[in-house]
Design a protein around this ligand. Structure first.
Ligand code: THU
Length: 178
């Protein structure tokens, strides 16, 4: 793994902590291509490699790992996010996903959701040489996030309080009628 200062300052991008992180797309593409060659894809034949730049300047990688069950296949981006979290790294600020033959790929819907939690809408996705990178927020507008759970938690607490107070009123009424 190399720090962003070592891979050159091709493009400055603000991470979630506000710090500028240099995005060296060439280095990310090289890393994505290398890990794609190690992908385990005997069923689809589509090797996928992903390389992401974290807010702390570290580069994390992942490749797809298929399974004879098909449904248990792990996408390259999920492997990358797992490495990011396990390594204690910061949010992703830029990502390159490449097929084994070097074509830029767009993450599937599930991966966009997984990435959103560990990158946020400002993460840049490589669209290939000479093309403008895409924002994750543009690829997954209106993403589900933990604020929905907080809202559900608050509603649950209100419902619990209501049940407790009506329950108390009911038992008080029973005592009075005895
Ligand atoms: N794949 C990924 O690794 N990432 C994606 O975002 C989409 C699909 C993999 C899964 C499977 O091994 C192969 O590509 C064909 O779907």
């Amino acid at each position: 793994m190399r720090r962003s200062e070592e891979i050159g300052r091709a493009e400055a991008h603000s991470g979630p902590d506000g710090a500028d992180v240099a995005v060296d797309w060439l280095a990310l593409r090289r890393a994505a291509g290398q890990v794609a060659s190690r992908a385990y894809a005997p069923y689809s034949g589509l090797r996928v490699g992903a390389a992401g730049l974290c807010g702390d300047g570290q580069v994390v990688i992942g490749c797809n790992v298929e399974n004879a069950s098909f449904g248990l296949t792990l996408c390259a981006e999920c492997g990358l996010v797992s490495t990011l979290v396990a390594g204690g790294h910061r949010h992703l600020v830029a990502l390159s996903v490449l097929s084994g033959d070097g074509r830029p790929l767009t993450p599937c819907g599930r991966c966009r959701q997984v990435l959103m939690e560990h990158a946020g809408p400002e993460m840049l996705l490589d669209a290939g040489e000479g093309k403008a990178a895409q924002r994750l927020g543009d690829l997954l507008p209106g993403a589900f996030d933990s604020s929905e759970l907080a809202r559900a938690g608050a509603q649950k607490a209100v419902a619990r309080r209501q049940t407790a107070s009506t329950g108390t009123a009911r038992s008080a009424g029973r005592k009075r009628s005895r």
